[in-house]
Design a protein around this ligand. Structure first.
Ligand SMILES: O=C[C@H](O)COP(=O)(O)O
Length: 252
């Protein structure tokens, strides 16, 4: 049984006091068990403070992006060495907003996945199609291509540790959730792609989240699907109560 992962992606929201209050409101309520992991993906500027605030609890802190180099002349960037140094444990890679607005490519996502593992960070690799691509029946081939390119060159052990987030772009922040069947169909395909590209064991172990307008009202149905192992949640992760409901669903 794969452990569920509920990750709240705050995107570019909250000021420091709000971010710290969120951790104070959730850290003693997230379950410490083998059924669910609770992850908060916060803006860079809050990461050190939130790692400190969450210390001793089961809330894990994630970055929303990083560079693939360890250091160097990359003004404005943050490296995996820096994230590891301050106690961050997860990193979101290739979110569709990074791909759309900040020129993230499959190649840079792959470099970042390698860099994450080189520094002991767990990558949450995002893939997903636009509405246009879905309507022209390109979803499966596009997602397959994104997954293969993101995982290229990783060892079987590393793939087993990777979290893949399937996020149909048309369902992000729109209130339009993919039906649980639509979401599971793609997650099942991703698992098959991992089996073919890496191994059956890796496919069995890799955790696949769904993301796109997940909220307390629809999370149970999504998580009951055979190949959905968690959720990457934007809007509904901003309030502590709502985030805790999602984590509770993951712990069932
Ligand atoms: O990273 C999270 C996803 O982009 C989903 O965002 P959303 O839950 O606001 O639709």
């Amino acid at each position: 049984m794969r452990k569920k992962v509920i990750a709240g992606n705050w995107k570019m929201n909250k000021v420091l006091a709000e971010a710290e209050q969120f951790i104070a409101d959730t850290k003693n309520s997230v379950p410490a068990n083998d059924k669910v992991e609770s992850v908060v993906c916060a803006p860079f500027v809050y990461l050190a403070a939130l790692v400190d605030k969450a210390a001793g609890s089961d809330v894990k802190i994630a970055a929303q992006n990083m560079h693939f180099e360890d250091d160097g002349a990359f003004t404005g960037e943050v490296s995996p060495v820096m994230l590891k140094d301050i106690g961050v444990t997860y990193v979101v890679l290739g979110h569709s907003e990074r791909r759309e607005y900040f020129a993230e490519t499959d190649e840079t996502v792959n470099k970042k996945a390698h860099a994450a593992f080189n520094h002991g960070l767990t990558p949450i690799v995002c893939v997903g199609e636009t509405l246009e691509q879905r309507e022209s029946n390109e979803t499966m081939t596009l997602v397959e291509d994104q997954v293969k390119k993101a995982l290229a060159g990783l060892s079987e052990a590393q793939v087993k540790e990777t979290i893949i987030a399937y996020e149909p772009i048309w369902a992000i922040g729109t209130g339009k959730t993919a039906t649980s069947e639509q979401a599971n169909e793609v997650c099942t395909h991703i698992r098959k792609v991992v089996a073919e590209a890496v191994s059956a064991d890796a496919a069995e172990a890799v955790r696949i989240q769904y993301g796109g307008s997940v909220k307390p009202a629809n999370v149970d149905e999504l998580l009951s699907q055979s190949d959905i192992d968690g959720a990457l949640v934007g809007g509904a992760s901003l309030e502590a109560d709502s985030f805790l409901k999602l984590v509770e669903a993951g712990a069932k």
